[in-house]
Design a protein around this ligand. Structure first.
Ligand code: SAM
Length: 316
């Protein structure tokens, strides 16, 4: 007996990557390389899944000049497949992975608009490309560090190999970089050789080797997700910054990459705005600002947020 069509349709939809690809392709056309950027997978994987989707009549493609565009033509797929997709789409809509895909899709579509504007002789678009060719993608961002008041004492907490301290050191007179790992600090010492205004201290973020109020700014870049008790660590950071001093946290939005626990020792799979704001308030910080950073085109990790807040000033 020939299996009913729905069995084949279920088989195609039983793969999480194909569901993500269909969600991205619903209602829009993308090239293979754009799809790769959105789902952060290599071209060979994306092409293999596209082949399965095309064989099951889930996606169609058309040639447009030198490129090929793929889409999920929902109005043209068989009615049982359409109903099935609607159920799967609804179930998947609360997934953090799909939310990350959606964010990267916006970047890809914006980039496409910029590229096409540049193509239609916009000198602005050409200048962006030329600036990147000549000076790299981050030179203007590095220059903005010069806006920091040089007198500020900055704590680079969980400094790792010292990349952030290196970025700050031309503009700041005193940086205290702390890390628990001897190996990381050794690498930081090499990277920051000769920069006497950067003090490297070994210690834990739970009990910082920093005096009360020694810092004006505490930075925690990509470290909080490693720590079992972020709330305690934020309270410790509040102790180390002066009244009215500031904290800045860079970390991941909630995601579903369970494998990071084993491969990189992550304790938290990202943080929400609500969670972070509540912890910062409990630690004595006020005026929390939360911003999601635009996804970098070739980045393979989850989307990032920046949270900043200020310790309450002294009351007289
Ligand atoms: C992912 S790295 C980030 C390094 C750096 N902030 C950066 O952005 O390049 C996390 C760092 O936090 C350090 N770390 C993890 N748990 C820590 C703890 N409890 N106390 C101090 N440092 C810690 C690790 O040794 C590691 O160097």
């Amino acid at each position: 007996m020939k299996a009913p069509a729905v069995i084949d349709q279920l088989a195609v939809l039983s793969d999480a990557i194909r569901v993500r690809m269909l969600a991205v392709l619903e209602g829009r056309e993308l090239t293979v390389s754009e799809l790769c950027d959105v789902v952060q997978l290599p071209q060979s994987t994306v092409s293999r899944h596209l082949k399965t989707l095309a064989e099951g009549d889930w996606v169609t493609s058309r040639r447009d000049g030198t490129r090929r565009l793929y889409t999920l033509p929902l109005d043209d797929v068989e009615s049982s497949a359409r109903r099935l997709w609607q159920v799967v789409r609804e179930q998947a809509s609360s997934s953090a992975t799909l939310a990350h895909d959606e964010r990267r899709l916006k970047q890809v579509l914006t980039r496409r608009r910029t590229q096409s504007e540049a193509f239609f002789s916009s000198s602005a678009g050409q200048w962006d490309r030329l600036r990147e060719d000549l000076f790299g993608p981050t030179s203007h961002l590095r220059a903005l560090v010069g806006l920091l008041d040089p007198d500020l004492v900055i704590g680079d907490l969980g400094c790792g190999t010292g990349a952030v301290s290196q970025l700050l050191s031309p503009f700041c007179d005193r940086i205290i970089a702390v890390d628990a790992s001897k190996e990381m600090l050794e690498a930081a010492r090499e990277n920051l050789a000769g920069q006497k205004h950067v003090e490297l201290r070994q210690g834990s973020l739970e009990k910082l080797p920093i005096e009360n109020g020694e810092l004006d700014i505490a930075l925690m870049m990509l470290v909080l997700h490693h720590l079992p008790e972020p709330k305690r660590v934020l309270a410790e950071a509040a102790r180390a910054v002066k009244p009215a001093g500031r904290v800045l946290i860079l970390d991941m939005l909630p995601h579903e990459r369970e494998e990071y626990r084993q491969t990189m020792g992550h304790v938290w799979l990202g943080f929400t705005d609500k969670q972070m704001t509540a912890w910062l308030h409990a630690a004595g910080f006020k005026g929390v600002r939360w911003r999601v950073l635009p996804a970098e085109p070739k980045a393979k990790g989850p989307s990032l947020f920046v949270a900043t807040a200020r310790r309450a000033p002294l009351q007289f």
